[in-house]
Design a protein around this ligand. Structure first.
Ligand code: 5GP
Length: 429
């Protein structure tokens, strides 16, 4: 079972000591690497290309932006700096943690692209201490020191986006605090997959996971948002937790995973999972169309709206007295209209009697390989809950797999394993 690497982002005003702290962490823990940024700034003194920075000219930097090479990039003190995306994701997919020492704007952008990144704000005590440090560096003129002090105030205003705060007044204390953050994050279940020691307790349940090694799996997740005007929308209660848990399970099984998610409460899969954010049903369909081209499997965990307003009112509709009506039209059946070039797992949330027959009918209509049926009337399971249970039905007619009540993460691993067994059977005829 694979454990995912983590992304640690150290940011804070220039002179806070984040570079020293970042190098300390990289030196202390194996499987932890410092990310070398790309910059348009000319090299200073003894800086080495490839070690301190990758120094490139403006045209090359622009070319890399256009080719989506950066996880984030920003203008800092008149130059451009960026973090190479593919290197970071590759390292994390190998189970190695990556440390970034970047500016605050860049850190905020990383959080958007990779919500599981751990953002640590470093401050060198009060403003007088920072001023002393900048002056003692002797590399900056008085004017530059003033500029950096002003920039520091601006950067501190973004502190609320961060996960941790370290005051680097005494370097040894700051180093220990950083180590504590690192160790705690390493124990986060999200990054561990399913602990090896816990596997034996459910004999046979996880068999089949290794089928996914090296495969590309696309998981759709969360609700869609069908806009009424610029502010209001029609949606549903999907929290996105089932989709994120499935992304986590397929990743832990060794797959390359893309999560195509509508606006959900849970959108924080482990770092190596690439996230594609979508809004309404049409966006969801367009993004899935692109992602499934070379995929080995599609998991349709998203709760896609069945109806959408016929038109979107401009700006914010005025409140009026009395009733109003909004004309709705059906959305396309995304799974059926995608005709995915790979096998598909559908989801059926059902209430009441004949649920199995209805789920089977849904699987046939959508041309899916399997359907996961979960009952909306089971207490503590289904939408907006941490737990779930259900039955996996297969188009091949092979025996149903009952997935017992447990955390959505446990359910996700059970589904991924059972699908792995089914895929292997189908391939072996
Ligand atoms: P310096 O030029 O003094 O080495 O760095 C100036 C600032 O740029 C520092 O605050 C540093 O953290 C930031 N920086 C370095 N690399 C990157 C990067 O890849 N992205 C962003 N956004 N900032 C960076």
């Amino acid at each position: 079972m694979f454990s995912s690497g983590m992304l640690f982002v150290l940011a804070g005003p220039s002179g806070a000591g984040k570079t020293t702290l970042a190098h300390h962490l990289a030196a202390k823990y194996e499987d932890t690497n410092f990310s070398v940024s790309t910059t348009t700034r000319p090299s200073r003194g003894e800086e080495v290309h490839g070690k301190d920075y990758f120094f490139v000219d403006d045209d090359e930097f622009t070319r890399r932006i256009e080719n989506s090479c950066f996880l984030e990039w920003a203008h800092v003190h008149g130059n451009r700096y960026g973090t190479e995306s593919s290197w970071v994701r590759e390292q994390m997919a190998l189970g190695k943690s990556v440390i970034l020492d970047i500016d605050v704007q860049g850190a905020v952008l990383v959080k958007e692209a990779m919500p599981s990144a751990v953002l640590i704000f470093v401050l060198p005590a009060g403003s007088d201490v920072l001023r002393d440090r900048l002056e003692q560096r002797n590399t900056d003129s008085d004017k530059t020191v003033e500029k950096r002090m002003k920039a520091a105030a601006g950067e501190i205003s973004f502190m609320g986006v961060f996960d941790y705060y370290i005051c680097n007044e005494l370097l040894e204390d700051a180093k220990s605090e950083l180590e504590i953050v690192f160790l705690a994050e390493r124990m986060r279940l999200r990054n561990i997959g399913w602990p090896l020691e816990a596997l034996d307790y459910h004999s046979g349940y996880m068999n089949g996971l290794n089928y996914w090694q090296g495969k590309k799996v696309v998981v759709s997740s969360g609700p869609t948002r069908e806009m009424i005007d610029e502010v209001r929308f029609i949606s549903n209660r999907s929290s996105g937790l089932m989709g994120v848990s499935l992304a986590e399970a397929f990743l832990a099984a060794g797959a390359r995973v893309v999560l195509v998610s509508g606006p959900a409460f849970h959108m924080d899969p482990p770092g190596p999972v690439r996230i594609v954010k979508v809004g309404n049903t049409t966006d969801m369909m367009e993004s899935l169309k692109k992602e499934i081209v070379n995929a080995d499997f599609l998991v349709m965990a998203a709760a896609i709206a069945d109806y959408t307003p016929v038109s979107i009112a401009p700006a914010k509709m005025e409140r009026v007295e009395g009733e109003i009506s909004i004309l709705l039209e059906p959305t396309p059946d995304v799974t059926a209209s995608l005709s995915a070039p790979c096998p598909v797992l559908s989801f059926a949330l059902e209430y009441g009697k004949n649920a199995v027959e209805r789920a089977r009918g849904k699987m046939e209509r959508k041309g899916s390989t399997a359907v996961f049926l979960n009952m909306g009337d089971v207490q503590g399971a289904g939408m907006e809950t941490a737990c779930n249970s259900g039955t996996l039905l297969f188009a091949s007619g092979v025996k149903n797999v009952e997935i017992p009540f447990g955390s959505k993460k446990f359910i996700a691993f059970g589904i991924a394993a059972a699908l792995g067994r089914e895929m292997r059977n189908l391939e072996n005829g």
